[in-house]
Design a protein around this ligand. Sequence first.
Ligand code: NDP
Length: 325
Amino acid sequence: MNPFIISCSKYIEGAFLAENVIIIGSGPAGLSAAIYTAREEFKPLLITGVPAGGQLLLTTKVENMPGFPDGIDGFELIERMIKQAEKFGARLVKENVVDIDFSSRPYKVRTDSQAFDANAIIIATGANSRMLGIPSEMEHMGTGVSTCATCDGALFKGKDVVVVGGGDTAMEDSLFLTRFCPHVTIIHRRNEFRASKIMQHKVLSNPQIKVMWNSVVEEIYGKQGEKGVSGVKIRDTVTNKTQVVVAQGVFIAIGHSPNTKFLHGKLKLDDLGYIVAKDEVVTEYPGVFVAGDNQDRHYRQAGTASGAGIKAALKAREYLQNLKA
Ligand code: NDP
């Protein structure tokens, strides 16, 4: 056992039983932080959230994670990371965090049924893609429906796809998808895009991209008895007419919501609820770090989230070592 863990605990009066570090969230950011802090013998407590695993569970095949030339199933990738973290001494609590008290140290973390004290905290709660709210999108999630063009675009090589949304993500995704897909149709609910002008110009001047304005997706069809998507039912919101657009892939790009509701009024958040952090990981409270998609509005990749988790873990190590000094 690392002797400094005990002296750490002694350092703050009343903190003897406090955890060295609590990590909240079990996507690539939280699990990478757990692996690193566990290897430093901090015995991190990982509160996974329910269900554990984050957005990777919605992906069938992850093809862009370095080290996996044949790709890896998202679920398996998470399982491997959990195994690796546990091997070095991370302990998992499969619950949701409902509250944190930053007003005094050690900080207090409360789940649905338990309360913990922590000298350091790494918040890696991720973000959820906004969804259309139609049942068929979840039926085909990971087998024709995707929320990440960067992750899944190459799986649709030679296929026609639709992209739903009118913001910068929808523009960027559509342009990216033209590398693989002969025809990309953007479905947007209004008659103008929200995206930046420069992105709009790129999209509107691309011959592979067609836009259906004032249109909403009512249903995603899959071929019976087979996995995969065959088309989408679109309704024109002006005429109310419906039509089926043939497509083998549907990319939903209507924004994200960071999982930070429990932090409102407690930690600095931006207008969309993302955590405001210095150098990606440092919050306004000593020993409280953040990692991954709950802070990152832009990159949102398993690899970048994992990198942020590692940075947060190294910062936590530095913080805990300074407590001892
Ligand atoms: P945004 O919130 O900017 O855009 C979401 C889009 O989805 C909007 O066009 C919205 O329509 C539409 N939408 C929302 N809900 C629904 C729904 N239920 N059904 C149909 N359509 C819906 O999200 P983004 O992810 O595009 O961007 C997030 C932030 O990240 C922005 O600040 C953006 O500028 C930034 N970003 C920047 C990039 C860059 O600089 N290269 C790349 C990607 C993102 P409506 O317009 O009608 O509200």
